[in-house]
Design a protein around this ligand. Structure first.
Ligand SMILES: NC(=O)c1ccc[n+]([C@@H]2O[C@H](COP(=O)([O-])OP(=O)(O)OC[C@H]3O[C@@H](n4cnc5c(N)ncnc54)[C@H](OP(=O)(O)O)[C@@H]3O)[C@@H](O)[C@H]2O)c1
Length: 242
């Protein structure tokens, strides 16, 4: 897909990784609907930055713990841009919880935000694209979803399901909508941790370093430009998943 002038929704697109994805899309000439939950200020700042660079952007607020609100993001983006061509499901929560202390509330919150909302957003997106136009969905998963460990139980299970959903939707929405996923490794410190914490983990990575948001953005742009890749999962981990 030639990204120039295309319209992309990026969930959680105002901060951290999502912000890098929003700006990378704008860099390629795409117009961007930056979804946010609570980061109103950063969302407006990202919109301003994209406009300064000569493209168009809007900020759209929605609470992804309510999948009905997720669906409305597509409608609001279409109201502004006329259509949407790309959906990047990046927003997620990453909260601790192992087999004995995962609560129902923790489980339900992860599944609503990390899986149910991306599914119903994808459903609304695909209905809007229809069967004639080209479209792309890129799901930001996690290598833990492909190699589940004993920690972050609910989070990991949602990411495993996101990988399965990617393959299922790739079949369901072919031939005109491609659906792929990216599995990042150590890119940004988790909530409550700093860069030094992240760097301390680098020795566990075959590449002996952490990754950058730009490296995730590069994988996304590769997928969006490729017309013959669907149902795929790209690991951007420096080999950590091995
Ligand atoms: N960071 C990493 O190194 C890493 C590694 C592996 C996988 N990943 C995956 O990459 C993606 C981005 O990671 P990140 O670290 O940049 O994420 P993050 O900092 O935790 O940001 C998550 C985003 O999700 C949004 N969000 C969370 N709960 C929401 C809700 N109820 N309603 C609406 N929006 C909500 C937040 O929006 P607001 O701020 O506007 O509320 C935020 O923009 C995630 O899918 C994550 O699982 C990241």
């Amino acid at each position: 897909m030639n990204l120039d002038g295309k319209v992309a929704i990026v969930t959680g697109g105002a901060v951290r990784l999502g912000r890098a994805l929003s700006l990378a899309l704008a860099e390629q000439g795409a117009r961007v609907a930056i979804h946010y939950g609570s980061s109103a200020g950063p969302a407006e700042a990202a919109v301003g930055e994209i406009k300064t660079r000569g493209s168009d952007a809007i900020a759209i607020q929605a609470d992804l713990s309510r999948p009905g609100e997720a669906r409305s993001i597509v409608e609001r983006a279409v109201d502004h841009f006329g259509q949407v061509d790309i959906l990047v499901n990046s927003a997620a929560i990453f909260e601790p919880g192992n087999w004995h202390d995962t609560t129902e509330a923790n489980w339900d919150r992860h599944f609503a935000i990390n899986l149910k909302s991306p599914f119903f957003l994808s459903q609304a997106f695909a209905a809007q694209v229809g069967r004639e136009r080209a479209g792309h969905i890129v799901n930001i998963a996690d290598w833990r979803g492909a190699r589940p460990g004993p920690d972050h139980m609910a989070y990991t299970l949602t990411k495993a399901a996101v990988i399965a959903m990617t393959r299922s939707l790739a079949l369901a929405l072919a031939p005109n909508i491609q659906v792929n996923a990216i599995a990042p490794g150590l890119i940004l410190p988790p909530p409550g941790q700093d860069q030094a914490y992240l760097e301390s983990k680098a020795s566990q990575v075959p590449a002996q370093r952490v990754g950058s948001p730009q490296e995730i953005a590069n994988a996304m742009i590769f997928l969006l430009r490729s017309d013959f890749v669907t149902g795929d999962l790209i690991f951007v981990t420096g080999g950590e998943h091995l």
